[in-house]
Ligand binder design. Structure first.
Ligand code: SF4
Length: 135
């Protein structure tokens, strides 16, 4: 759904039943920010993909937990081996459809918010291929 050309995010679990929901740890590091930008890119470029707030899921917001739970394809993006995003969803009893950790894809974790756009492209393409593979 779009409004004024803006892509609208789901506001209930029912809408999420037909969407690929993406949660990223959004960590304060190069790899966390790559994960965030991948989630943004997929939301903007893939018709059925929508980012959801990982912090709201962690905080126990019923609405957001429901969105993550009802999505047939929940994609979880972690920055580093601590895998915070995966832990958050699993703590809520939600089984991800696909999990990826940016630092395990040959990208070094650096304590900076700067990153290489090419890495965003590469991780995005890997996730897109995974989504297609399972269609
Ligand atoms: S997974 Fe790593 S980068 Fe992401 S929030 Fe946790 S510690 Fe930070």
């Amino acid at each position: 759904m779009t409004k004024n050309g803006w892509q609208i995010l789901p506001n209930c679990g029912k809408e999420a039943e037909r969407l690929d929901i993406i949660v990223a740890c959004d960590g304060a590091s190069s790899v966390g920010q790559i994960g965030h930008m991948v989630a943004v890119k997929l939301t903007k470029e893939i018709e059925a993909a929508r980012m959801c707030c990982i912090t709201a899921i962690a905080a126990g917001s019923k609405l957001h937990v429901d969105i993550a739970k009802k999505s047939p394809k929940l994609i979880v993006i972690n920055g580093c081996p601590l895998k915070c995003a995966s832990k958050v969803v699993k703590d809520k009893g939600i089984k991800p459809y696909y999990e990826i950790t940016v630092s395990e894809e040959g990208i070094e974790k650096v304590p900076t918010l700067d990153f290489d756009e090419k890495d965003v492209e590469r991780i995005s393409n890997k996730i897109i291929n995974k989504i297609k593979e399972k269609n």
